[in-house]
Design a protein around this ligand. Sequence first.
Ligand SMILES: Cc1cc2nc3c(=O)[nH]c(=O)nc-3n(C[C@H](O)[C@H](O)[C@H](O)COP(=O)(O)OP(=O)(O)OC[C@H]3O[C@@H](n4cnc5c(N)ncnc54)[C@H](O)[C@@H]3O)c2cc1C
Length: 406
Amino acid sequence: MTDDSSEFLVRTPAPGQLPSPSVTQPPEPYDVLIVGAGPSGSLAGYAAAHAGARTLVVDRSEFPRYKTCGGGLIGSTLAALPDDVEVPVQQEITRASFTLAGGRHFERSGGGRILSLVNRADFDTALLHAAKSAGAQIRTGVTVTAVAEADDLVTVTTTQGALRARAVVGADGSAGRVGRHVGVRLRQTDLGLEAEVAPDAAAREAWRGRVHLDWGPTPGSYAWVFPKRDVLTAGVIMAKGHPAETRRYLADFLSQQGLSHLETVRASGHLTRCRTGDSPLGRGRVLVAGDASGLLEPWTREGISYAVRSGRIAGVCAARLAQGQLTPSEAVASYTEAVGAQLGREMAAGERALRAFERHPRAFHTMLRTAAGWRVFTEITRGDTTLAQVLRHRSARIGLAALNRW
Ligand SMILES: Cc1cc2nc3c(=O)[nH]c(=O)nc-3n(C[C@H](O)[C@H](O)[C@H](O)COP(=O)(O)OP(=O)(O)OC[C@H]3O[C@@H](n4cnc5c(N)ncnc54)[C@H](O)[C@@H]3O)c2cc1C
C-alpha cells in the first residue's frame, strides 16, 4: 500500500462514488486517523487536514452509502458546515402539520424555511469530498475491528491490515467499536424505524414543502414524514426494547397518513443513543465524536448538528495532539470542555424537555397551535436559538418545571 492520496485516483469510480483502494501493509503513522465517514468523521477529517495534520478517514462502507435517517438539517447543522460545502438539499420545508397519537391534524406555516431535507447518501458523500478537498486521504471498504495504544501511537486493526496514528477520532456511529474502547456510557437508547415510500402524483403534491410530526402512543415516541425528491421518508422512534410495538406504530402511522398503498422502496432501522452527562469523550490519544460518543438531542433525537459540531472540534483537538501542541490529557480535556460548553448544555435542555414530553405530549401539541409555541419551534429549527437558550427564559423554565412536577 502507498500513502499517496493520488492512489485514490487510479481506480475510476462510478459517477458520484468515492474510490476505495486496498490497505495491505502498515503505513508510516498518520497524524490523525478517523474511523467512520459520516458527518462527524468527515468534519473531523476536514478540520484535522485544515489544521495541517496528515489525515486518513476510513469507513467500512463504499460511498455513496445508505444511512437510516430522516435527513432533516436544522439551522445549527447548516451553520456549522464549512462554507465550501454545497449542501445537496432535496426539499426546503416551510410548513409543518401535527397530530397527537394519530388524532386530529393541524398545520402551521409562516416565517419561511424551517428545515432543509437531504438524502443522506448524497449529503454524506458531499461532506466526505470536502474532507478530501481539504487534504484528508479517504479509504472506504475498511472495517475497524480493534483499537490499542502503546508508545505514543494508536494501532487500529482493520479488515485490510493495521493502521497507526498519533491521534484517532472514533466517528463510527451508534454501534461503533471506538466508543467501547473509550468507555462511553449511555443513559438512553431508542430504536428508529423508517420506510421510504415512492409517492404518486397526488402524494408528491400534498407533501411538497411540508413535514408531518405525530406525537406517539408510548412515552417519548414520535413519528415523521420527511419528503425528498423521489421518496417520502416515514419514520418512528421509540425507546429500545419494544420492537413489535415500534413496528406497529410505523404501520399505523403510514396508514393514518394515507401512505400504506404506496410502494415501500426501502425499510430499515437504526439505534440512537444518548450519553450520560459525565461519559468520557476521549481516552489517551483517542477521541469520540457524533453518535459514537452518544452526542444527540435527547428529545427530537436530532444528531447531525451534534455530529458536525463535535466532529469539527475533535478534528482540531486531534491535530493539535498529533502535532505535539497538546498532551493526550490536555487534548481530551480541551475537547471535553468545548463539547460541554456547546453541546452538553443543549443535551441537558433536551433531556428536561423529553421528561416533560414523555408525561405530557398533549401540552407540547397544544403549545404548537399557539403563535408563541410555533415561533419558538421555528426559531429552534432555523438555528436562530437553541432549546437551552429558550429555557434560560424564566417563563419557559417555570412552564417546563411545572410539567415535570405535574
Ligand atoms: C431513524 C432515524 C432518523 C434520524 N433522523 C435524523 C434527522 O432527520 N436529522 C438529524 O439531524 N438526525 C437524525 N438522526 C440521527 C443521525 O442519523 C445521526 O445522529 C448521525 O448520522 C450521526 O452521524 P455520525 O457521523 O456520528 O454517525 P453515522 O452517520 O452513523 O456514521 C458512522 C460511519 O461509521 C462507519 N462505521 C461504523 N462502524 C465502523 C467500523 N467498525 N469501521 C469503519 N467504519 C465504521 C459507518 O459505515 C458510517 O459511515 C436520525 C437517526 C435515526 C436512527
